[in-house]
Design a protein around this ligand. Structure first.
Ligand SMILES: [Fe+2]
Length: 257
């Protein structure tokens, strides 16, 4: 058991003792206290080197480790766990046209919470430094995986000029991003996704952190996760930001050259 898991267990025990609840379900022990944690981390004023932003814009992805401490990481794990039974498939369907069987994989149940919203707002300056653009928070969700963590090949929505990904709860396998497929249409991605001969281990694997960020330009770079089995429940926090101003054409190239 790592330090974060120990803190999660301790937090549940503390909440159970405080409420006299000896059952398994302890709802939302944190509330405002965890939102304060985001403020205490000083994320809104955290500097990101211009060189990191340049690397993100060149490659379309970047990883920033140790952005916050184990206390906030543990709070995110508890928060994701407590919101799990409110998770529902997103209302909008997959953008990649695939068979019904593959499309069902893309309907990852999602939920959001005040803590996630606080983190989303606090990281907006960092998202602006990375993109070099005036991006604003568009939406933030925990996406839940149980049994397996496969994601079909897809682009993120138009509301995602940058997505900051965090391993909130448990552990999913690395995401595979595909610079080599950049520029393909969603129909072409769909044909690849449904092609059994397509190498599902292809792409650049990038890992998520529990106390840091994996930033991707998912509207421009196709990405997927190969099929893998999971023990227990895992949740990935996805914080999406959208450019406040977007040129009528060529916007995608401007974000990740
Ligand atoms: Fe995505």
């Amino acid at each position: 058991m790592n330090a974060i898991d120990e803190l999660v267990g301790a937090e549940h025990a503390r909440a159970a003792a405080a409420t006299g609840d000896t059952g398994a379900a302890v709802r939302r022990p944190h509330g405002a206290r965890t939102a304060d944690l985001v403020e205490r981390e000083g994320l809104a004023s955290r500097r990101v080197g211009l060189d990191v932003g340049r690397r993100f814009r060149d490659a379309g992805y970047a990883r920033l480790d140790r952005v916050w401490g184990v206390e906030l990481a543990a709070a995110l794990a508890v928060d994701a766990l407590d919101a799990a039974d409110e998770a529902r498939p997103p209302e909008s369907g997959p953008r990649t046209p695939v068979t019904t069987e593959r499309a069902n994989l893309s309907r990852v149940p999602v939920a959001t919470t005040p803590l996630l919203d606080a983190l989303h707002q606090a990281l907006a300056p960092m998202a602006r430094t990375l993109t070099g653009r005036l991006v604003v928070p568009s939406f933030a969700v925990y996406g839940y995986f149980a049994g397996d963590d496969e994601c079909i090949l897809h682009y993120d929505t138009d509301a995602s000029d940058i997505t900051l990904l965090v391993m909130a709860l448990g552990q999913v396998a690395p995401l595979h991003i595909h610079p080599e497929l950049r520029g393909l249409s969603v129909d072409e991605l769909g044909r690849l996704e449904c092609d059994p001969s397509w190498d599902r281990q292809s792409g650049v694997p990038i890992e998520y952190s529990r106390s840091g960020l994996t930033a991707i330009c998912g509207r421009v770079l196709p990405h997927h996760r190969p099929k893998g089995t999971l023990d227990g429940l895992s949740a990935v926090a996805a914080l999406h930001y959208q450019a406040a101003f977007r040129p009528a054409s060529g916007a995608a190239d401007e974000v990740a050259r």
